[in-house]
Design a protein around this ligand. Sequence first.
Ligand code: BG6
Ligand code: MG
Length: 214
Amino acid sequence: MRILGVIFDLDGVILSTDEYHYLAWLDMAKKENIYFDREINERLRGVSRMDSLEIVLERSTKKYSQEEKIKLCEYKNNKYRALLEKLSPKDIFPGATDFLKFLLYKKIKIAIGSSSKNAKYILKKIELYDMFDGHISDGTNITKSKPDPEVFTKAAEMLKINPCNCLVIEDAYAGIEAAKKGGMIAMGIGSAKDCSLCDLRADDISSIDKSIFE
Ligand code: BG6
Ligand code: MG
């Protein structure tokens, strides 16, 4: 296993915007009188906005038109964006910036592989945007959401590295599945640690064993 590039999921890996996604969906669900809890929220990790809405609507008895669904996605995204507004470098998980610097020092390339259309906005807010040198594959350049490997395959192409030499770091089951489908090495952190498809595991970004990069 030779790791030449690392592709990071963003929400829940570099910072806890996953919690903001939860709060924004909870707000939307309450407005529509739909039951929603943290267990359902786990299924939304790594999944696109519209696919996430479809999961939330499973608990609704009402049938929504496509137009209404788009409006609900907009509502959720506005709530989410309001929560993102106060983001700053202080929100980066402990050890994440040092880990990115360590990889660059080791000449290991880094990229983002996130389903989010807000990824670039978030990276700018937390002042990590420049570190990725334009290697940002996100919700704006993909047609298929995780567990499809597209977002990671595109990130590997940006890095010009063979997928088998790319390590994907993910907190979502859907993301681990996507990485394996794309022929990459998959590391599960946080919630994804229990996924049987993981090649590697760590509690969080600060506890990754650096000897795997030797
Ligand atoms: C992923 C999150 O990173 O982005 C999902 O894990 C989210 O929960 C998806 O639905 C899409 O995000 P956005 O910001 O485009 O609504
Ligand atoms: Mg995530």
